[in-house]
Design a binder for this molecule. Structure first.
Ligand SMILES: Cc1ncc(COP(=O)(O)O)c(C=O)c1O
Length: 436
């Protein structure tokens, strides 16, 4: 028996992440292999991967150059740590990272987006302390935000269901409102209304004392919360308020990084530069876990004031800069560059937008949102929140399209290799369920 192409056991030993295990086991969707934009299940059902893994397989699946680079690296140097010693490929990978990010000079490697977020929040706290402003302890996030599932990211996150099981988290977290306004429904790309919602940060400054606020973190485009592009002028206003009050601005680019909007990072797309940003996922095309925090020289240099033998930052992971992940990163960047993956995203974004907005008037559709090659069809609630989303997800899977239900929004973030005809196929499958 080939255990990878059949149901291997009673599926009970693996406690699955973010999964209703009894519901899953009633009708398990088990994927045996993947190539390009397609998954094939253990029973031979072919499904278009409409979510690019989980917003991470930007170059599609099974990219031979990346596979080969990982194999070669495993044979050459499988592992060496980076605590007061190093290995060349981590430095090479870091150079490739900062080359993509104008104005950012350093990257701190992690193994995931959640670790990148918690690392960025800790850097923000320690940065202020290093500069004699250790009273800056408040971290600001937003309602509907997803910043992973570690303690810091959950604290600044704004999805109550993810937090409710865990009680008090980081005690000094504050939240701004989200930017989901009824008047923005069915916007094409960035909505017109809502720049004023950035003033919530000023209100927090006024209520708490601006001198106590360390950082604000924002996804440039809300992702897991349901794909909400920022209102025009919103991110610019956030930057202004941070500058006026000595607050660090962190963008969480875990899903917008590596071309999702057609530029390497969303900050470049919007023309708003944060002080730090997180990335992960597309960093290795999801082949080996890898994330990172990008900082400006101004942020990192604040840590170089102590004795030369003292670590700059008392923080790091055994696998920070893992050789296999670094090999995967370098090969992934080569593929993105040589195959024009980001450029393809920019070219396909208008086609994607038109495809999605054909559902604006479909029965049971509450909203449609899009930017770059990300988007969501938001269904009207039927029964409990999430019931309509789950039903549509199941129907779409059966018809050959995988989407990600976020409540009643069907979130999509396909591989950035998508062609016009593949967008057409996705549109046809969506139509077969949404406009039968
Ligand atoms: C914006 C954002 N931040 C952080 C994370 C967490 O990343 P990971 O699942 O790799 O820990 C995610 C995951 O989707 C994300 O969308």
């Amino acid at each position: 028996m080939n255990e990878q192409t059949s149901v291997p056991n009673d599926l009970d030993s693996f406690w699955m992440p973010f999964t209703a295990s009894r519901w899953f086991k009633a009708n398990p969707r088990l994927i045996a292999k993947a190539k390009g934009i397609h998954y094939t299940t253990v029973d031979g059902h072919e499904v278009i991967d409409g979510t690019g893994g989980l917003w991470c397989c930007n170059a599609g699946h099974g990219v031979d150059r990346i596979t080969k680079a990982i194999q070669d690296q495993a044979a050459r140097l499988d592992f060496a740590h980076s605590f007061n010693q190093g290995h060349p490929i981590a430095f090479q990978a870091a150079s490739r990272m900062v080359d993509l990010a104008d104005g950012f000079d350093h990257v701190f490697f992690t193994n995931s987006g959640s670790e990148a977020v918690d690392t960025a929040l800790k850097i923000a706290l320690a940065y202020h302390q290093a500069r004699g402003e250790g009273q800056r302890r408040i971290l600001v996030g937003r309602a509907k935000a997803y910043h992973g599932i570690n303690f810091g990211g959950l604290s600044v996150g704004g999805l109550g269901l993810n937090k409710g099981q865990f009680g008090t988290l980081y005690p000094s977290a504050q939240h701004m409102r989200h930017t989901d306004l009824p008047e923005n429904r069915f916007s094409h790309g960035q909505p017109e209304h809502g720049a004023h919602l950035a003033d919530d940060l000023q209100a927090i400054c006024d209520a708490q004392g601006a001198h106590t606020i360390a950082a604000v973190i924002a996804e440039p485009v809300f992702g897991a919360g349901g794909v909400y592009p920022p209102p025009k002028g919103y991110l610019e206003r956030l930057r202004e308020i941070c500058d006026a009050n000595g607050i660090l601005l962190i963008f969480d680019e875990v899903i917008t990084g590596f071309g999702r909007l057609g530029t390497p990072f969303a900050s470049q797309y919007f023309g708003v530069k944060p002080d730090m940003f997180t990335a992960a996922k597309g960093m290795t095309n999801a082949t080996v876990p890898m994330g990172g925090v990008f900082t400006t020289a101004a942020v990192r240099d604040a840590f170089l004031q102590g004795p030369e033998t003292m670590p700059d930052l008392f923080h790091g992971y055994t696998y920070s800069g893992h050789p296999l992940a670094c090999a995967a990163t370098i090969a992934t960047m080569d593929v993105y560059r040589d195959e024009g993956i980001f450029e393809n995203c920019a070219a396909m974004a208008p086609v994607w937008q038109d495809m999605l907005h054909q559902f604006d008037n479909a029965p049971g559709v509450h909203d449609v949102r899009n930017l770059g090659l990300m988007g969501a069809v938001h269904l009207e609630q039927k029964g409990a929140v999430g019931d309509a989303g789950r039903a549509a997800y199941e129907a779409l899977w059966d018809k050959g399209l995988s989407v990600r239900p976020a409540g009643d929004s069907l979130a999509m973030s396909p591989p950035l290799t998508l062609t016009e005809s593949e967008i057409g196929q996705i549109g046809d499958i969506l139509a077969s369920v949404l406009k039968p």
